[in-house]
Design a protein around this ligand. Structure first.
Ligand code: UT7
Length: 323
């Protein structure tokens, strides 16, 4: 008998304020046309003043609990993937725990920037398959608007705020590639690429800092590394790219998403794309896309879903799961 971490529920939350590309034309030498054609982004949501990452995360968590028909007390562990925590500590996860009124279990944050959700899913899978936890809530939540340099047109037009949540639950399975739940994971990081995507401040340097990115270089790494990690996760699962029903990629740039799909030999009909509406929401982008796709009725039980992401570190990885 094998224990698999199966999806029990999914949900998301987006802040009310929607900012179309045209709004940046008023303050920057940019255009709706440039942003659309170079990134695929049309609009993004920004958190209101006073609205913190834990607020967004809690709303997404509530939506996932409702979707699963569960109570906060049914959750054994809560993991938040974020690079934009409310405070240096405690973790956003413990704040969400309190906001949900959850007095049991344990909660912690994972920081792997845009790959954060894939890293958090991997942690959740390990907790479940080791018998440490039966139900794990995995949240990706970000307020990247707080770390953007509004004078830097090459970065500030690309990011957005939001949160998505997924509940994973232990289920007995046969131990075959046909099982529902997480089938395989593949993670990588390479700290030599630190300067390609980073925030130029932090706790031990006494500042908050702003996001800095060598976009072209990150782009170059993204397409090759994302296709390779997706293929590696599939191979570990005993499957191949032709078995994929849906790819749910990190939503950074439509050209990266399309380039990766092409490398995997997949038509765009099998790719979930939300970048036009959300921009790049870092660790929140995959659970947001999963939740939107589910609400559109895209997934059927038994569908093979592959998620893949890359971001600051560089850190990247993929998860193959059967819905
Ligand atoms: O989530 C983490 C991972 N992050 C990513 O995956 C992002 C990866 N990178 C990208 O998505 C793309 O590289 C960008 C969207 C950031 C940029 O697209 P690009 O095709 O690589 O453009 P570029 O950086 O080569 O810039 C082309 C031109 C430059 O002008 P010159 O030097 O050719 O005169 C830029 O200065 O576009 C200029 N530019 C802009 N023009 C209008 C840069 N930003 C803007 C802007 N509006 N907002």
């Amino acid at each position: 008998m094998t224990i698999r971490a199966q999806v029990a529920g999914v949900g998301h939350y987006l802040p009310e304020r929607i900012v179309p590309n045209a709004e940046f034309e008023q303050t920057l030498d940019t255009s709706d046309e440039w942003i659309r054609t170079r990134s695929g982004i049309e609009r993004r949501h920004f958190a209101a003043e006073g609205q913190a990452t834990s607020d967004l995360a809690s709303r997404a968590a509530e939506a996932a609990l409702a979707d699963a028909g569960l109570q906060p007390s049914d959750i054994d562990a809560l993991i938040v993937a974020t690079s934009t925590p409310d405070l240096t500590f405690p973790s956003v996860a413990t704040m969400v725990q309190a906001k949900l009124g959850m007095q049991t279990g344990f909660a912690f944050d994972v920081q792997a920037v845009c790959a954060g959700f894939v890293y958090a899913l991997t942690n959740a899978n390990a907790l479940i398959t080791s018998g440490t936890a039966r139900r794990v809530m995995v949240i990706g939540a970000e307020t990247f608007s707080r770390i953007l340099d509004w004078q830097d047109r090459a970065t500030c037009v690309l990011f957005g705020d939001g949160a998505g949540a997924l509940i994973l639950e232990a289920q007995e399975a046969a131990g075959t590639p046909q099982d529902r739940g997480i089938l395989a994971v593949d993670l990588h990081s390479d700290g030599r690429y630190r300067d390609l995507l980073y925030v130029d401040g932090g706790v031990s340097t006494n500042s908050i800092g702003h996001l800095r990115m060598e976009g072209k270089e990150v782009f170059r790494h993204a397409v090759s590394k994302l296709a390779a990690t997706a293929e590696a996760a599939l191979e570990k699962a005993g499957l191949g790219a032709s078995d994929i029903d849906w790819v749910v990629p990190h939503q950074a740039n439509i050209r990266i998403i399309a380039g990766t799909a092409k490398k995997l030999g997949l038509p765009m009909e099998k790719v979930v794309v939300t970048v036009q509406d959300h921009g790049n929401t870092s660790a929140a982008s995959i659970p947001l896309a999963l939740s939107v796709a589910k609400s559109e009725g895209k997934f059927s039980p038994g569908d093979l879903v592959v998620t893949e992401a890359i971001g600051g570190g560089l850190a990247w990885g993929a998860v193959a799961l059967r819905w």
